[in-house]
Design a protein. Structure first.
Ligand code: ADP
Ligand code: MG
Length: 247
């Protein structure tokens, strides 16, 4: 499913966070977003799935269109749009009192109204996909960070999203656990999932991204193939950003 964000502006108070933000993602594409802390990366993802409203500009997601909030009572939350976009966060956000199976099957059972046994079957398949079929009855506290994050991915997939938004999903993981999560994402990519990921895993970006997008101060500053953006950047800010990352 394609995404097209045009001239997005978003302010918090009197601070301009997104300032004419343009980005397109084609169906089946993997796009990695990099940029300094505070540059608006998470805000953009939240605007995309309607967790936050935009002040101006427009967002197309498949055949849906998100417009700016027009009144105080406007609520950007749209269940349909949310369902099309799975979101995975840095800090997992699993339900601590539910088993792994419970975490994954909760939304299909409660939101999609799948009968419990079907939700359970779907969840077991997804847990297999992320390599955790033997942990279905464990609780989040019994899992490593890498395992928790793979549960979070399975949980997002359980709603059969058309695009997966990943916000720094390996940032809180020990280095040796990152690859288990990145490998799962690479597999999803090869299955044809559209992936929009904020990540500073440069090795992953080089290997798996179709495009890398550098954002700074609420704007896309550079957008191109990973070898171009990461190895031969035009923008001076991006150059110093990358040398600090590799640094
Ligand atoms: N709900 C909010 N209210 C006020 N300011 C916010 C809110 N969310 C984010 N910000 C501010 O917007 C800026 C961009 O934040 P964010 O999108 O989280 O950046 P990034 O993900 O690139 O680090 C930051 O300065 C942050 O403090
Ligand atoms: Mg962020």
């Amino acid at each position: 499913m394609h995404i097209k964000a045009k001239e997005i502006k978003k302010t918090f108070g009197n601070r301009m966070i997104l300032d004419g933000f343009n980005l397109e993602v084609a169906s089946g594409e993997t796009v990695v977003v990099i940029g300094p802390s505070g540059s608006g990366k998470s805000t953009f993802l939240r605007c995309l799935n309607g967790l936050q409203s935009i002040d101006s500009g427009s967002i197309e997601i498949g055949e849906h269109r998100l417009e700016p909030a027009t009144s105080e009572s406007f609520t950007p939350f749209s269940p349909k749009l949310r369902k099309m976009q799975g979101m995975v966060f840095q800090d997992f956000n699993l339900f601590p009192h539910m088993s792994v199976l419970g975490n994954v099957s909760e939304a299909p059972a409660m939101v999609d109204k799948l009968p419990r046994n079907e939700a359970r079957q779907l969840s077991l398949e997804l847990l297999k996909k992320v390599g955790l079929e033997n942990h279905a009855n464990h609780y989040p506290s019994q899992l490593s960070g890498g395992q928790k994050q793979r549960v979070a991915i399975a949980r997002a997939l359980a709603m059969k999203p058309k695009v997966l938004l990943c916000d720094e999903v390996t940032s809180s993981l020990d280095p040796e656990l990152k690859h288990e999560v990145l490998d799962v994402l690479e597999k999803l990519k090869s299955d044809g999932m559209t992936l929009l990921m904020v990540t500073h895993e440069i090795g992953f970006a080089k290997k798996a991204a179709d495009r890398v997008v550098f954002i700074a101060e609420g704007k896309v500053v550079e957008d191109g193939p990973p070898e171009k953006v990461l190895e031969n950047p035009e923008n001076q800010r991006l150059r110093s950003f990358i040398s600090r990352l590799l640094g």
